[in-house]
Write a protein that binds this ligand. Structure first.
Ligand code: PGA
Length: 362
């Protein structure tokens, strides 16, 4: 797709959002497989694009006066790519992205005392008060261990989400001795749960079936799911990275209702790339994997699901490399381990995401 960047007005009016929704509604009602030049120009005008630029864009993507509806939907599925190609001036979230970027911080067992938890909560609250406005495009979610969940939820700034690192244990849905149910977490204000992490798959032996059952039960209880999938070094070396990921994904999301995909943030976590001394997956390879996962979701759950589900990268993300990953077309956020325990690092990581949405030069 040829870039029209440079000739496009950099002005973006958030107030146009309602107008755009109206245009979409009208257009959707009349859809016959194509979108006309006139409708496209009308939509693009709402994002501050001049008519002449919209016409020029239309000419670069279609030789006729209409664009295939399916192509346009595809295009809307990847708003960040659209922004980066210079087609629209700023974040196209109102077009294709129904959710914010996502940053999860997995505390694992790093903090084991109330004092250390309180101190990090205080730092997080200060960060949000000082800098929250510049991170308004990011949904930040803290994942503490069970025992600190209620404390963190009570004390943390309300705009920062709280999620659990697990739900249930061996028998999702079984409510008895020692069980922590998704309903309990929901009742204390948790909105997310982390499922499928390699620590639990590979060390504690969680199977695809168990993860599927947890995903199903947690979604039913109203939680959003941060689903993690990742291949081992052995699987990668054997050339089985994508097939391993697809096996894990297809098992976990079997039976997920179409309207629940907006409550799934899918994290690609190469097992060999996490933890002390590990090397992160290269940006090129990360993009290749995420694009394959997005395509799988589109082909198996539909374009709406592919658009609604956020794709995350996790594995040695830090304040120095976040921006490179944030610029990848299919990265909608991160899950961080070590870096999430240091406020200045976390702040840089959160800020890298909105920044990536502004084409160079604007
Ligand atoms: P890391 O951990 O960011 O410290 O590599 C990531 C994870 O385990 O999810």
């Amino acid at each position: 797709m040829e870039s029209t960047q440079g000739s496009i007005s950099a002005t973006f009016h958030h107030s146009a959002r309602d107008d755009i929704v109206q245009v979409f509604k009208k257009w959707d009602a009349n859809k016959d497989g194509f979108i006309s030049r006139e409708s496209l120009v009308e939509i693009l005008a709402k994002v501050g694009m001049k008519e002449s630029d919209a016409n020029a864009f239309m000419s670069t993507v279609s030789t006729s006066d209409q664009l295939q509806y399916a192509d346009f939907v595809e295009w809307l599925c990847f708003p960040k790519a659209m922004v980066q190609s210079g087609v629209v001036p700023l974040n196209a979230s109102f077009l294709g992205r129904t959710c914010k970027f996502f940053v999860g911080t997995n505390w694992k067992c790093s903090l084991e005392s109330i004092e250390s938890v309180d101190s990090l909560i205080a730092d997080l609250n200060k960060m949000w008060l000082d800098d929250g406005a510049s991170m308004s495009e990011v949904e930040l979610c803290i994942f503490p261990p069970y025992v600190f969940l209620d404390r963190v939820r009570q004390q943390l700034h309300r705009e920062i989400r709280v999620g659990s690192q697990n739900a249930w244990d061996a028998a999702p849905g079984f409510k008895s001795t020692g069980v922590i149910s998704a309903e309990m977490m929901h009742s204390i204000g948790c909105r997310w749960v982390l499922l499928g992490h390699s620590d639990r798959r590979n060390v504690l032996g969680e199977t695809d079936t168990l993860i599927h059952d947890k995903v199903t039960k947690c979604l039913e209880a109203g939680l959003s799911v941060n689903l993690t999938i990742g291949e081992t070094r052995e699987a990668r070396d054997a050339g089985n990275a994508i097939s391993t990921l697809v096996d894990q994904l297809s098992a976990a999301v079997a039976h997920v209702p179409g309207d629940a995909w907006g409550r799934i943030a899918l994290a690609y976590e190469p097992v060999w790339a996490i933890g002390e001394g590990a090397t992160p997956c290269t940006p090129e390879e990360t993009q290749r994997v995420l694009a394959a996962l997005r395509a799988w979701i589109r082909d198996n759950a539909g374009p709406d699901a592919a658009r609604a589900c956020r794709l995350l990268y996790t594995g040695s993300v830090n304040e120095n490399n976040a921006e490179v990953y944030a610029r990848l077309p299919d990265v909608d956020g991160f899950v961080v381990g070590r870096a999430g325990l240091h406020i200045s690092k976390l702040k840089s990581i959160c800020k890298s995401l909105p920044k990536c949405n502004v084409p160079a030069g604007l």
